[in-house]
Design a protein around this ligand. Sequence first.
Ligand code: ASP
Length: 441
Amino acid sequence: MIKVCKFGGTSMADGTNMRRVADIIRSDEERRYIVVSAPGKRYGGDIKVTDLLYETYRNIQKHGVTGEAFQKVANRFCGIVEELALPFDIKEVLKETEKELLRERSEAFAASRGEYLSARIMAALLNVPFIDARDVVKFNDAGQLNGELTFSLLKEALKGKRRAVVSGFYGSDPEGRVVTFSRGGSDISGAIVARAAGAGLYENWTDVSGFMACDPRIVPNPQQIHSMSYKELRELSYMGANVLHSESIFPVREADIPIRIKNTFRPEDAGTDILPTSKYKFSGRTVTGIAGKKNFTVIFIEKSLMNAAVGFAHKVLAVLMRHGISFEHMPSGIDTLSFVIDNEQLKNGVLDEVCDEIRTAVSPDNLRTYDDVALIAVVGHGMSRNVGTSARLFDAIARAGVNVRMIDQGSSELNIIVGVDNSDYERTLNAVYDEFFSEQA
Ligand code: ASP
């Protein structure tokens, strides 16, 4: 079986960690294709190389020089190569990189150099070929991944190579200009390489031993999730469980490749397996995990006989579309329609404009907004199998004295989303966790 391994920023943070990574790779013949992030934080308060590179770009834009930020990047990489005692002329590569940064004047290009340099160093450490993602990961003009072209270019590049290191996070557009994924996007690169390589497993190595059933910063010592389905992952990671980029499943989904989250610093821990439907076995749990995010606004619209008014929702959606706003949820009743939208999109007077336009478009009987709403997603295939799950959920929330602002149940019965005041967020998470997990210990 071919395993593709992606190592995150903490795993690449310094020479010692990189050596650890190399040992993990060498300990298993099946670990063949490696995708790496840029060096991340070494300690609390440290700055990720990617952030320093964004700062470098801002320096170039403002002052025409790479400045102190790039000096810090250079120091990080020189330190790593020195620590590893590699015969790799990092000074020369950095000099060339600085020239390119000044020439290209592109934010994406600047951001991508962390992955480019760490992949080159990892390839030198393992003594295997380096594959530049710029040559093989292709985006279209709209900035979306061109999967077909990417998979065929990557397949060709990997052919005949026992092992290789591919840089994560970026690729290029049809003109060859560097394009990056969103932050944390090396997870997606790893999934793309896994798909192209026909891998039997995509190992995603990070600094935690997998997913917890709830955010450990809010619920003390939550249980570990040993396995979950792709769909559960998508729901949990989208709603804030940020172990893995929420878009990572798309490249592996069609090929049914399982993902395993592993901890570089505790490789003996089992981690979390994320399985395609065909391989997923029901765990017996009612709830697999709970995740959540703060800072949403609910726009609540009421109009008598809304159910009979053809095109009502369409007119409201047209207002959102005109403002380029995407919504998270759209719970509806016979005469009511609500939209849940993250606050970021409604800043600087946009919320008022949107409400005015909705009033003009559909003359509602009532239009109210609630801001400072937190969303909590309770996720699990088991919920649809067990009678009384929602009664237990809402009973637990009521016992905690929390007022529910909004409820939405995904049509797949995979999740129930509850909206509460931001100030009730922590209390609700703890109450829901205790209800579903204290008995499952
Ligand atoms: N280095 C990039 C970031 O910090 C991408 C990644 O690590 O996945 O977001």
